[in-house]
Design a binder for this molecule. Structure first.
Ligand SMILES: Cc1cc2nc3c(=O)[nH]c(=O)nc-3n(C[C@H](O)[C@H](O)[C@H](O)COP(=O)(O)OP(=O)(O)OC[C@H]3O[C@@H](n4cnc5c(N)ncnc54)[C@H](O)[C@@H]3O)c2cc1C
Length: 319
């Protein structure tokens, strides 16, 4: 019996997998089980040191050039076989696009209960997870009635906790040939040099209040000053002002940054569903009655085209 955490990689190990490992460590301790990890990728070699002090007993490494990019046909059988072999009672991954698909497929295959996009996971005699529902208005306490249970954790809700610098044991696994229906040859980032929205520590979002696509540079300048990712409301996306990959909300991406700056966003429930777990929310809106002011920690009533450049300038001065 053990707890199994999935380490995500895109060449390098992703922070979201290391956060999941820290949460999984607490579950393993409470359950009195060892913590094991699964790596699927080209080679763990350089990544091993990123696992120092996370409390992982054994990392099972499935290394193969064809595992460099995610493939459902490849990854799901490897995860299911390992989970069954080591008697995993809890399988914990990240609620990234990759993690959600992988865990859903694996849970279906091994007939396990699944909680996606949880904001916490714990062991309390059985596996439990907290999960926002109804566009984030309610936090449900999911109790697993059978094990193994599979949980994906929202990136950025947890922290990477290290104690010491002990490295896990590495157990290399065979990667048998598999018939795959689609092979990813190359991944081309659509915007080079920018921070991935769902993993960003700071997000600056523009809504319909930016007035038009010609004003994105004003927000992008603040993003550059802060090292932030650029988000958008659906109104801005639907107007054709920006690609849908920037959309935050119920039908967009769910983000959980340390700092979320909403510029010209009214605060519709569907938008809040994608950002309400952000740690600090700043709203800039020229309407003092805008609903976003009910949720934010800091509110600025004013024209964003005046406030945002001042904000960026002050940040640069401070640095
Ligand atoms: C099924 C469904 C799913 C949806 N999914 C999403 C989703 O994923 N994400 C999402 O965002 N929405 C989603 N929506 C749409 C949502 O209901 C809102 O329509 C949308 O969020 C509004 O976007 P907005 O805040 O940018 O625009 P508005 O509601 O029009 O607000 C614009 C704000 O900008 C302010 N403003 C105007 N000019 C300035 C200025 N110069 N300076 C400062 N402030 C200014 C205004 O006071 C206003 O508050 C969904 C809706 C449905 C029905």
């Amino acid at each position: 019996m053990s707890v199994l955490v999935i380490l995500e990689q895109r060449g390098e190990l992703k922070a979201c997998g290391l956060e999941a490992a820290s949460a999984a460590k607490r579950v393993a301790e409470a359950a009195g089980m060892p913590l094991n990890a699964l790596y699927m990728g080209k080679s763990l070699d350089d990544g091993l040191y990123a696992l120092a002090g996370l409390g992982i007993d054994t990392v099972y490494a499935c290394e193969h050039p064809e595992l460099r990019y995610y493939s459902n046909d490849r990854y799901v059988p490897l995860l299911c076989e390992l989970a069954t072999e080591i008697g995993a009672k809890a399988i914990i991954g990240s609620a990234s696009a990759l993690g959600k698909e992988l865990c859903a497929s694996a849970a279906a295959r091994i007939h396990a209960e699944l909680a996606q996009d949880a904001i916490s996971v714990r062991w309390d005699g059985t596996l439990r997870a907290e999960k926002p529902i109804f566009a984030g208005k309610v936090i449900s306490d999911v109790v697993f009635t059978s094990l193994p249970g599979v949980v994906t954790l929202r990136p950025n809700v947890g922290v990477i906790e290290r104690a010491g610098d002990a490295l896990p044991q590495v157990a290399k696994r065979d990667v048998p040939p598999a018939s795959v229906r689609a092979v990813i040859e190359e991944v081309v980032e659509n915007v080079s040099g920018t921070v991935e929205l769902t993993e960003a520590k700071i997000v600056v979002t523009g809504g319909r209040g930016i007035g038009g696509p010609e004003n994105w540079p004003v927000l992008q300048d603040l993003c550059d000053a802060l090292g932030a990712a650029l988000g958008a409301s659906r109104a801005a996306v639907d107007a054709g002002w920006i690609e849908a990959s920037h959309q935050v909300g119920q039908t967009g991406k769910v983000v959980c940054p340390d700092l979320y700056i909403a510029c010209g966003v009214s605060g519709a429930i569907q938008h809040l569903a994608g950002m309400r777990t952000s740690k600090i929310v700043v709203a800039i809106n020229n309407d003092p009655e805008a609903p976003i002011f009910k949720l934010c920690d800091y509110g600025i009533v004013g024209d964003l085209l005046e406030v945002v450049p001042m904000f960026a300038e002050e940040i640069r001065k401070g640095r």
